[in-house]
Design a protein around this ligand. Structure first.
Ligand code: 4AD
Ligand code: MG
Length: 505
């Protein structure tokens, strides 16, 4: 038995593969089966002239998602996905699939989400999960190479980390408990024991709103380093993002092609330095008071809007032309092909129309932004639109950041936190910074945030016994996957998303 990803090692050999029929097409005396086996997709062809009558009849019997064992010869064929084709000489049906709910036509996303357990089998979802896996692998590779120890934080916790409004509460043998929002505080304790650590675990936030960036359950990678300050933290973040981006660019070429990811940005990210902006500077850029590469955000967005409008017009024209052609009379095959294309174009227009509606709203909210508040999703989009690579925003007003952030000695109204905003409109993928080491300032902050002191006594011990400067950050895995794959929504980045209104499947 061999796997599709190894077809290239078995050219002209007779082999057996097992998998599922993902697509099928018949032509005179030939059945074309696209087989998927988890490792890839391959065209397999069976010819009535060549095989036994029963074999051809069985091939005809297979339906979409029927599981089969196919035997045949692997031949090189550049035109095929993967570059090889299997010429079938025998088939064994394992299980005939009932009428499959997901076809090759367009489905609504809510329908697909309800069928997530099956949707995962589709080529695009398969490619995204492969990329997710490679991202996870390269994250471990980076930290292990850099001498970090993976150390796990608990999931049942007795305290909030990132504010009390997004806590999921539960019960732990009769005691109030919460699902972890972040492993950071435990990460700090483990860094004092092990030097440089990273956690890699599920985290939970009750976000009662449906956005394209928020999950209720997501995976976070949280490195924490003893004897690090904010600058060292930012250096590490930049090195880390460059490493992961480069690994994906090099090792996921086929998958990136399947999802039609434009990869030109990846080499820029690996080569260019990430801009580091103070919060004050970022606010000026956002409000259009300062230019980036000779342009303000307002000029850039206005140009974007004009382009979107021109694109909508061009697509409408293309649809009209196709409709005229269909009207004039074409073959059935051509008509189906054109109708499919029209449906795709109409969907593209819908996306563009959303953009055309959003851009003026983003512009307005950027102009109205109040200094001292946190950036909203659209503010992040406006700022990152100005750059080709991730941007780091640091030195934030301390009131809008978590209780544990170190105050800037020179400007005590600022906290030494950093957010990394991904380009192409993605926004925050990393939040981190230097940690407060002053015991009294921390106690003051815990009180100010109305957090229960008793739950933080252990954390304060870290400042009582050999306190050292330290820093860290948290990367949201799904935000990284969404951006690397350039997905419109975070729900496709994880096999079974948990978000407001979605607990099944
Ligand atoms: O910015 P956040 O809240 O920072 C922390 O949790 C720190 N304790 C991290 C640290 O310094 N160790 O979250 C970190 C990252 C965000 O930048 C984002 O990528 C992701 O976690 N994230 C979410 N991802 C998906 N859905 C949500 N609801 C998320 N909330 C945060
Ligand atoms: Mg954050």
């Amino acid at each position: 038995m061999i796997q599709i990803r190894d077809f290239n090692k078995h050219e002209n050999e007779n082999v057996t593969v097992q998998g599922w029929v993902t697509n099928k097409r018949s032509s005179k005396g030939l059945e074309f089966i696209i087989l998927r086996d988890g490792t890839g997709f391959a065209q397999c062809v069976v010819s009535e002239e060549v095989v036994a009558t029963k074999v051809f009849a069985d091939a005809k019997l297979t339906t979409q998602e029927t599981s089969v064992k196919l035997s045949g010869k692997i031949v090189k064929d550049e035109r095929q996905i993967g570059g090889y084709e299997l010429q079938i000489n025998d088939i064994e049906i394992i299980s005939i699939a009932e009428s499959y709910p997901i076809s090759n036509k367009e489905h609504g996303v809510e329908f697909l989400m309800d069928k997530r357990h099956l949707w995962l089998r589709s080529k695009r979802q398969w490619a995204i999960m492969q990329i997710r896996n490679k991202i996870i692998f390269s994250i471990h590779k980076f930290f292990q190479q850099e001498g970090f120890v993976q150390a796990d934080a608990p999931i049942f916790t007795g305290n909030a980390v990132e504010g009390t409004t997004t806590l999921f509460s539960t019960e732990f043998y009769g005691e109030d408990a919460y699902l972890s929002q972040s492993g950071q505080l435990y990460g700090e304790a483990m860094a004092m024991a092990l030097g440089k650590i990273y956690t890699f675990g599920p985290t939970f936030r009750a976000e009662k709103s449906k956005t394209r960036r928020h999950l209720s359950e997501f995976w976070m990678i949280e490195p924490e380093m003893a004897f690090y300050d904010l600058d060292m933290d930012m250096d590490l973040i930049e090195q880390f993002i460059k490493f992961v981006t480069n690994e994906i660019n090099e090792t996921c070429k086929a998958e990136l092609e399947i999802i039609e990811r434009d990869t030109t940005i990846f080499s820029k990210i690996v080569e260019q330095k990430f801009p580091r902006l103070t919060y004050d500077h970022a606010v000026k850029i956002l409000k259009g008071e300062e230019k980036v590469n000779g342009k303000t955000t307002i000029e850039t967005l206005e140009a974007d809007l004009a382009e979107v409008k021109a694109n909508i017009e061009a697509l409408n024209k293309e649809i009209a032309e196709k409709e005229v052609a269909i009207e004039a009379g074409v073959s059935k095959g051509q008509r189906n092909f054109m109708q499919n294309k029209i449906d795709t174009l109409k969907n593209d227009i819908k996306d563009l129309e959303v953009k055309a509606k959003n851009i003026p709203e983003w512009l307005q909210s950027a102009k109205d932004f109040t200094y001292g508040t946190d950036f909203g999703g659209s503010d992040e989009t406006v700022i990152t639109r100005m750059f080709d690579v991730p941007v780091m925003v640091y030195n934030w007003p301390h009131e809008i950041k978590a209780f544990y952030m170190k105050r800037d000695a020179g400007s005590p109204h600022l906290a030494k936190g950093v957010d990394v905003l991904a380009p192409e409109g993605y926004g925050e993928i990393v939040g981190g910074g230097e940690r407060e080491t002053d015991l009294n300032l921390l106690i003051e902050k815990i009180n100010e945030h109305k957090l229960p002191m008793s739950a933080f006594e252990w954390y304060l011990d870290l400042r009582r016994f050999g306190s050292v400067p330290h820093a860290g950050f948290g990367l949201g895995l799904e935000r990284m996957v969404a951006w690397i794959c350039k997905l419109p929504h975070i729900r496709e980045t994880i096999p079974f998303p948990r978000m407001y209104g979605r607990l099944l499947p």
